[in-house]
Ligand binder design. Structure first.
Ligand code: GLN
Length: 378
């Protein structure tokens, strides 16, 4: 049988986590915390299971959760979204990305994405017959060149996908970036998908510049968030998508046939937990400490650190250590040195190799110390 995605292999996150387990390596590859989520949150899920919330949730999500989400985004971004028609709870942000792209992209449509790009966008564009149009973020700052974006726009441009804070680079967009995006799409029919799953993992008191801050852009945008990142529960697969009613309707037509709905007890638990705002308000500080600890532990290593303004990822350059291909090096370090990372070339269509590895610092201090000990010996 001919593959529908001949050039797509098993995702790097699965490959590297598997390899890390096989070689008993410290896994700083796939992005997930190695510490526990809140016990209270676990008890809430337990409670809602015990009291019988074990059947299908409504397709768009349970109403109390949609209401809490609406309150949260109003408070943070002054953005009004109707819980009835404009909010959909999904099985992780990955499902939301799949549903958003599938709802919008038709054969021949062009979709602008920025590389290095998280790996779940391009394959879905292609499955829908669309054409990814790649624009590179320039190393080492990984900023968007908006003039280049303007030049790449054609009559077939359907969608622009942005992602801030940005995985894998840790760069962030600021308000002037979003204004430039607005100027480019104004007077066009171009839609935006904004992947903002790291909205609360942003450092040095920089405010998160969200599409939600811009009423004009909200009209043409699907904005995607994640509870997994915010509450240290990546395995629960909980995300959500905000979009105006017309776009949400199309989004839900796809969502209902991918997963139908998202696990019910988790939704009730998260709805309750969201009332305690400090859980997300404290997150920048919490992860900034992790970032700073990891940076200071690596100070005397031979790796060069690329500043991380957000996400729980740190890029390091190894160009002064070896000229091995990044994928070979990531595999070798896992096998021989027992430390797993993600090679950045996998996030480029042409596998551009800038000699960069991505490390996840969402780990116990002890894990970071052990990892740094190894890295400082390389
Ligand atoms: N977002 C996580 C990362 O970048 C992993 C997501 C996944 O494994 N699908 O590491």
């Amino acid at each position: 049988m001919e593959s529908k995605l001949p050039h797509v292999d098993t995702t790097i996150f699965t490959v590297m986590s598997r390899l890390a387990n096989e070689h008993k390596a410290i896994n700083l590859a796939q992005g997930f915390p190695d510490f526990c989520c809140s016990e209270e949150l676990v008890s809430l899920v337990n409670h809602y299971m015990q009291c019988g919330h074990n059947q299908y949730a409504p397709m768009p999500g349970i109403m109390p959760l949609r209401e809490r989400i609406a309150e949260k985004v109003y408070e943070l971004y002054k953005a009004s979204y109707s819980p009835e028609t404009e909010i959909t709870v999904t099985c992780g942000a990955t499902e939301a990305c799949y549903a958003a792209i599938t709802a919008l992209v038709r054969p021949g449509d062009e979709v602008i994405i920025f590389e290095p790009a998280f790996d779940c966008y391009a394959p879905v564009i292609e499955l829908n017959g669309g054409k990814p149009v790649y624009i590179e973020l320039k190393y080492p700052e990984f900023k968007i060149d908006w003039e280049e974006v303007q030049k790449k726009i054609t009559a077939s441009t359907k969608l622009i996908i942005i992602n801030s804070p940005h995985n894998p680079t840790g760069s962030v967009l600021d308000f002037s970036d979003i204004k430039k995006l607005n100027a480019i799409v104004k007077d066009t029919d171009i839609l935006i998908m904004s992947d903002e799953v790291y909205e609360h993992i942003i450092f040095d008191n920089i405010p998160h510049a969200s599409i939600l801050n811009f009423p004009e852009l909200r009209e043409r945008s699907l904005v995607i968030f994640s509870f997994g990142k915010t509450f240290h529960t990546t395995g629960w697969r909980m995300g959500y998508c905000l979009a105006p009613a017309k776009l949400s309707r199309e989004f839900q037509k796809i969502h209902q046939y991918i997963t139908f709905s998202t696990p019910t007890p988790m939704q009730y638990a998260v709805a309750d937990f969201l009332k305690q705002k400090h859980h997300y308000q404290d997150l920048p500080q919490f992860y900034q400490q992790k970032r700073d600890k990891f940076i200071s532990l690596l100070k005397n290593s031979r790796f060069e650190l690329i500043p991380s303004a957000g996400t729980y990822f740190q890029l390091v350059s190894y160009k002064n250590i070896t000229d091995e291909h990044d994928t070979d090096l990531a595999i070798r370090l896992t096998r021989e040195k027992k430390i797993a990372s993600i090679p950045v070339s996998v996030f480029y269509k042409n596998k551009r190799d800038d000699k960069l590895l991505r490390f996840c610092f969402a780990k116990e201090d002890q894990t970071l110390e052990k990892a740094a000990e190894i890295l400082c010996r390389i």
